[in-house]
Design a protein around this ligand. Structure first.
Ligand code: UDP
Length: 414
């Protein structure tokens, strides 16, 4: 019996070896596959060990300020930015030694001391007061609406005369749109000469179809004060906004050239919470329809003169001029005497256009139709429990810089 068993065992052994020989190739392939899977899992687990409190989508003012305060509160952050550079629309570039506000002129102004102190802690602000001029045909007018404007338009010299003139022609009914709002503030002449053409070019819509609040951004005053803003504090950072943004983004891991919406699977797991500052409709794949935005384009040229137009901004309310304003960038740095003396200047004509997917969205079109669509997107956004939607594009609101900073302060009870 024992002999028989031994014989059977050795038979079994040789069968096993034969089988191994037979399936050798399969076994090698299987082993290689297992090794590859193990390597993949090791790398994946290493990747996911990079976990943050916040993934911030967009390095503009909202994202950067949020980043700063998050870190101040001991949180970890990671930023993804679609553009090749950080700073959103505050990004500046030098041309002929002149700082160019690449995505449109930005003058920082606020009434809130805490906000002013906060930005001044980031970088030095040069004093700057925006004084805008408007050109219609061959005439120049001072903006915002002030005693100089009333004098230039009607020849009146006292506040009483100016008020009388406005009272004679102002709209007194209920206000439903921008036209009625403008006519109730400054009367028909001023509306037709300085508001209608500019507004319809900027927004690509009739003033009767636009919301009243847009024109209320501009002060109307019966003094000779030509400051474009009413706020107590105003300035532009030394080294343009890059210096300020660099501080807000200091020591932060930032990946540029990343479209979050196209790579969401990869990034959303990286953090407990997401701060999204892009377009809200794009976040939801435009599934309820596209919100409308206005975009801006500049035709920029270098001129071999020290001073081309004598002002940083000359508005063009004339409907026959295709651009809305002309920017002469060096006048945003009036303290820089060397630059002012230089026989070179950079001038940009600003054109306002309707947004499409090939362009950058700048201004939300807050008319009734778009606000209603935004409300529906907002309902979806509210259901995204770990995503915070913040800023001009994500909240579809015409915010100024100071509003953005105040909003982030509120998020952090700062
Ligand atoms: N506006 C105008 N004429 C001008 C400048 C402005 O009618 O010469 C109106 C226009 O409707 C514009 C609004 O005032 O949208 C607000 O202007 P603001 O300068 O605040 O616009 P920004 O370019 O700063 O967003």
């Amino acid at each position: 019996m024992e002999e028989e068993v031994r014989i059977k065992d050795s038979d079994l052994g040789s069968t096993f070896i034969d089988k191994i020989k037979k399936y050798k190739t399969y076994l090698i392939v299987g082993a290689v596959v297992i090794v590859i899977i193990c390597i993949f899992l090791i790398f994946r687990s290493k990747g996911s060990s990079e976990h943050y409190d916040y993934l911030i989508v967009g390095s503009g003012l909202y994202g950067a300020t949020f980043n700063y305060l998050a870190k101040l509160n001991g949180k970890t952050t990671y930023i993804v930015e679609r553009r090749p550079v950080v700073g959103g629309n505050l990004y500046c570039e030098k041309m002929e030694d002149i700082w160019i506000h690449k995505y449109g002129p930005h003058v920082f102004h606020t009434d809130n001391k805490k906000v002013w102190d906060f930005v001044n802690n980031m970088t030095h602000f040069n004093p700057y007061i925006q004084q805008t001029v408007a050109k219609v045909e061959d005439k120049l007018y001072s903006l915002p609406f002030n005693m100089w404007t009333f004098y230039q338009l009607w020849g009146v010299t006292t506040p009483e005369e100016a008020k009388k003139k406005i009272d004679e022609q102002k709209y007194t009914g209920e206000i439903h749109n921008l036209e009625e709002q403008a006519m109730s503030l400054v009367g028909k002449d001023m509306y037709e000469k300085l508001i209608k053409g500019y507004t319809e070019k900027q927004w690509g819509r009739e003033c009767t179809k636009l919301p009243p609040f847009i024109i209320k951004r501009l002060p109307t005053r019966f003094t000779f004060d030509t400051n474009y803003f009413n706020d107590r504090y105003q300035g532009i950072p030394e080294g343009c906004y890059n210096a300020m943004m660099d501080q807000l983004l200091k020591d932060t891991k930032i990946e540029t050239g990343v479209d979050y919406n196209k790579n969401r699977k990869k990034y959303e797991k990286m953090a407990d919470k997401i701060v999204y500052t892009g377009k809200i409709d794009e976040y939801f794949g435009y599934k309820l329809g596209k919100l409308k935005y206005r975009t801006v384009r500049w035709d920029t040229e270098v001129k071999d003169v020290a001073n081309f137009q004598g002002a940083a901004v000359i508005n063009q309310p004339d409907k026959n001029v295709p651009y809305t304003r002309v920017i002469e960038h060096k006048h945003f740095e009036p303290h820089n005497k060397e630059l002012q003396a230089k026989q070179k200047t950079v001038v940009s004509k600003e054109f306002s256009e309707e947004w499409d997917e090939t362009k950058e969205g700048y201004y939300p079109v807050n008319d009734e139709e778009n606000n209603n669509l935004y409300k529906q997107y907002k309902e979806l956004a509210d259901k995204e429990t770990n995503v915070l939607f913040g800023g001009r594009l994500a909240e579809y609101k015409y915010y100024d810089m100071k509003d953005i900073i105040e909003n982030v302060f509120k998020q952090w009870n700062y």
